[in-house]
Write a protein that binds this ligand. Structure first.
Ligand code: AMP
Length: 211
């Protein structure tokens, strides 16, 4: 999991912090339980991406001692609501900066998983942090996702892998996050995914084998 450094109070910026020449960003979207995390793990193994899950970063911030956002994040997650973008975008930027600095080459390849889930954060991130190359979209039926999440809930210890929170998360996904997928789709920036073999083929088509 990526570290969370001191949050917020970043100066207002007009140009993105990272140039897409140096930093490859792929957004990874799909409903809760669609398999985003599993697919990201495969892509990390095969292409050396850094995997940043918005949900994981928020949970880490929630647990961070002294965080002024802990209680707020907890409530939003339990209710399946979208945490305000000021927090989420800044956590991602911090994690990306830490990774690019660690790498020393000034370059990076990121899978940003579970983000953007709302239009405002999509626009804010691309304007101030880094434009994304494209979006990997994992489609899955609600029935299947619910089954997986309830199964995961037996051991995940997550406050939102229960029937009530799951219903709320599905509602948020349909009402708030699908419009983001549609927005990128209209720009020809969505790659729909079914199985991992296809993901690899399409990724190499769009980025080249040796990217
Ligand atoms: P996930 O780990 O992706 O299932 O996300 C769990 C919860 O974290 C979501 O239901 C939201 O409450 C919150 N969350 C995850 N990603 C985002 C995001 N991009 N923006 C705001 N809130 C988010």
């Amino acid at each position: 999991m990526a570290p969370t450094t001191d949050l917020l109070k970043a100066p207002k910026k007009d140009t993105p912090v990272f140039s897409p020449e140096n930093v490859t960003v792929l957004f990874v979207l799909g409903g809760p339980g669609a398999g985003k995390g599993t697919q990201c793990a495969n892509l990390v193994r095969d292409y050396g991406f850094t995997h940043l899950s918005a949900g994981d970063l928020l949970r880490a911030e929630q647990e961070r001692e002294g965080s002024e956002f802990g209680e707020m994040i907890k409530e939003y997650i339990r209710d399946g609501k979208i945490v305000p973008m000021e927090v989420t975008v800044q956590l991602l930027e911090n994690a990306m900066t830490a990774q690019v600095e660690k790498d020393k080459s000034g370059k990076g390849k990121f899978l940003i998983d579970g983000f953007p889930r709302k239009m405002d954060q999509a626009i804010k991130f691309e304007e101030t942090v880094c434009p994304s190359k494209f979006v990997l979209f994992f489609d899955c039926t609600e029935e299947e996702m619910q089954k997986r999440l309830l199964e995961r809930g037996k051991t995940s210890g997550r406050a939102d892998d229960n029937a009530e929170s799951i219903m709320k998360r599905f509602k948020t996904f349909v009402e708030t996050s699908m419009p983001v997928v549609d927005y990128f789709e209209k720009q020809g920036r969505v790659t729909p995914e079914a199985v991992y073999k296809e993901t690899r083929g399409k990724l190499e088509q769009r980025l080249g084998k040796e990217f």
